[in-house]
Design a protein around this ligand. Structure first.
Ligand SMILES: *Cc1c(COP(=O)(O)O)cnc(C)c1O
Length: 447
């Protein structure tokens, strides 16, 4: 049952003049963060009150626009639990980490994460329009004393200039769209001056928290720096208001392809039917579902975690059942810095040397007859193969398929399997370091 597009203001904002309500600076300066303020809009539960009165909690701030999307009578409202802290946030859990993706280890200069061969994540601010309670970067985000740093920015630009394999820069934070317009434009301009940077992407939840920020003026500015892509972050159909739809329309008209990255969250969207409605509604506003993330092992997010199988079940309920455009990739971002790993249902049932057996979303099972003769692609005569871009040390399984490597070995493999050499090493205890032992523990994962 499609719900109507909502457009509402909490009663306390009824008398705010439209020009203020629709001014993003007004929204930012009227954000709510204390028990007293929030209670004027949403009657708080004991758990929420307790969390809000705890010092040292990850920053709370909610725009008047976003809090107005909450049904105040529903303590389990899906928008509410993303943004109002609960006491569970203070609970530790097994495998909890501060920097679960080991981003700090992958930083060649502060604020730049170079994890993949051809692209980098650039953290340009620690500020957001509102703060998601499950934030994967809560270790750095929200600190009010630390916003855009020019010194860090210059070091990041220098690194990018001397690193030609980077062709894709992903601006994130914090949220790049809360930066002062002049600073945002300067960042884009400086990136565009680097010839090997082919695309720039922005990851932002501003359209969802504060769609009034997506002014025509902002879109006119962004349009000057194409090819520019934007990923937004919607988790539940209730976040898709008329204002958000209009903001997305303005960005699309400026030629910006829009994607959605959502997080699988217990009590918010851990349901095939909610997800189906979400992805269908996002495609209607021309936002293509990109990733659905498994919740990270981050402090404060334990109560949002679901089993990974829930994500597989959701993809099972989307693929084939709805438009292919509406199906995101389900991703587990591997703890310890392993990076994004797609996880999905199995569609391949078996194979022989001439047939592959596949099943579809309905359970229909088919054999696909493979060609008996295949004029194999010849890398020797292919100019793309001859001029492929290097991926130093990161080719992985493709490297095995390419014939560049014969095997991949876990660290310490040679040492452990050197049964002959071990005798000599044991004589000299100082040289012996059990490299591979304990791999995968939290300590190791954090490097
Ligand atoms: C997510 C991420 C990217 C971008 O990954 P894509 O799969 O290309 O969207 C790049 N760098 C880091 C460090 C990331 O976490």
């Amino acid at each position: 049952m499609p719900s109507p597009i909502v457009s509402k203001r909490a009663p306390i904002y009824a008398d705010v003049p439209d020009e203020k309500w629709n001014d993003w600076r007004w929204q930012l300066s009227h954000r709510l963060n204390t028990v007293e303020e929030i209670e004027k809009v949403v009657p708080l539960t004991d758990s929420e009150r307790k969390a809000l009165q705890t010092s040292g909690l990850f920053r709370v701030d909610i725009t008047p626009y976003f809090i107005s999307l909450i049904d105040p009578d529903d303590p389990n409202d899906p928008v509410r639990i993303q943004i109002i802290p609960r006491a569970e946030e203070m609970q530790a859990f097994t495998s909890m980490m501060e920097d679960s993706l080991a981003e700090d280890r992958h930083s060649p200069v502060p604020g730049l994460v170079h994890r993949y061969p051809d692209r980098v994540l650039m953290l340009v601010t620690t500020q957001c329009a509102s703060y998601c309670r499950y934030c994967t970067r809560s270790r750095i985000v929200g600190d009010p004393g630390q916003t855009f740093s020019r010194q860090e920015f210059e070091a990041q630009i220098e690194y990018l200039k001397r690193t030609p394999q980077v062709r894709d820069v992903l601006l994130s934070g914090g949220d790049p769209l809360v930066l002062a317009p002049k600073i945002l434009e300067e960042i884009l301009r400086r990136l565009r001056e680097i010839p090997h940077i082919e695309i720039v992407r922005i990851g932002s939840r501003v359209p969802v928290f504060m769609p009034m920020r997506i002014t025509q003026e902002l879109c006119d500015m962004l349009e000057k720096y194409h090819p520019l892509w934007i990923n937004i972050h919607i988790n539940h159909p209730n976040e898709i208001s008329q204002e958000l739809a209009d903001a997305c329309d303005r960005m699309s008209r400026a030629g910006i392809p829009l994607g959605n990255q959502s997080v699988l969250l217990a009590g918010v969207n851990d349901c095939v039917h909610i997800q189906r409605e979400l992805v269908q509604k996002t495609t209607r506003i021309r936002v293509r579902p990109y990733y659905l993330y498994q919740c990270d092992l981050v402090e404060g997010a334990g109560h949002f975690r679901t089993p990974v199988a829930k994500g597989i079940e959701i993809i099972e309920g989307l693929r084939g059942h709805t438009s292919g455009y509406a199906v995101p990739q389900f991703i587990v971002d591997a703890p310890g810095g392993g990076g994004k790993i797609p996880v999905m249902p199995n569609y391949q049932i078996s194979a022989s040397d001439h047939k592959i057996i596949l099943r579809n979303y309905e359970g229909y099972i088919a054999s696909y007859e493979e060609p008996t003769e295949y004029a194999a692609h010849d890398p020797a005569t292919c100019s793309y193969c001859q001029n492929k871009r290097p991926e130093p040390g990161q080719t992985g399984i493709t490297g095995l398929l390419d014939g560049e490597e014969m095997f991949l070995k876990p660290e310490g493999f040679d040492l452990i399997h050197d049964r002959h050499g071990i005798q000599h090493r044991l004589k000299d205890e100082k040289k012996w370091k059990p490299l591979g032992i304990g791999a995968g523990t939290k300590e190791n994962a954090e490097g």
